[in-house]
Design a protein around this ligand. Sequence first.
Ligand code: ADP
Ligand code: MG
Length: 249
Amino acid sequence: MGILEVKDVGKRFGGLQALGDVNLSVAENTVHAIIGPNGAGKSTLLNCLVGKLIPDTGSVMFDGQSVLGRTPFEINQMGISRVFQTPEIFGELSVMENMMIPCFAKRDGSFRMHAIENMHNEKDIVEKAEAMLEDMNMADKRHMHSSSMSRGDKRRLEIGMCLAQEPRLLLLDEPTAGMARADTNNTIDLLKQIKEERDITIAIIEHDMHVVFSLSERITVLAQGTPLVEDTPENIKGHPKVREAYLGE
Ligand code: ADP
Ligand code: MG
């Protein structure tokens, strides 16, 4: 049994079958990549895992408990944290303030924006946020306005904000999309570091094959809403169906 078990999940948008009978098992403490062409249903699948979409059919189990029927917040509290395709940080706040928000959410089970004014007085929160910024190698950027950071640093902050919630499963939707090569390589190194230092399972949607092959232990190829094949990176590289359907050969 994997920490995440997706069984026969289907999702329709009007006349479009975005997902049809998706089965996926993600083993604990592994990095599992989901790849596939544009429109294959990757983001839709992720949205079904975090409660942003409700599948029409099938089941999604996390650590033996169903996530279906729960709100995104409840699923987050269960231990699933997600990095979105476009960075979701508060641009008008400093890096440090951004990092304090998930620390509050973890401690109190909620976060109210008006708490920002007083949050620098909360010693345990300040210490945890500082430690997280250290972990992310961002301590020197703590006073920066987060809107003025590079795309790579925004992504790094966002990943750190997810980790501050101490998730058991981290989901990433194309974390290197739109990044320059140097930022992409930094993101690979960061994810490798996270994998080594933490008890965490990572499921990553990624179109950049360099990222996929650098990080993942299992790969599922999704095509037209259905898993085409699931295997090790070595076998995926040589798989004729994958070369044809995905790599376009
Ligand atoms: P991917 O992330 O693999 O590129 P998506 O999951 O975003 O693919 O989309 C799968 C298919 O579902 C696409 O054809 C897309 O246009 C469609 N789709 C996604 N979200 C919606 C939605 N909210 N309403 C209607 N169609 C959608
Ligand atoms: Mg997508």
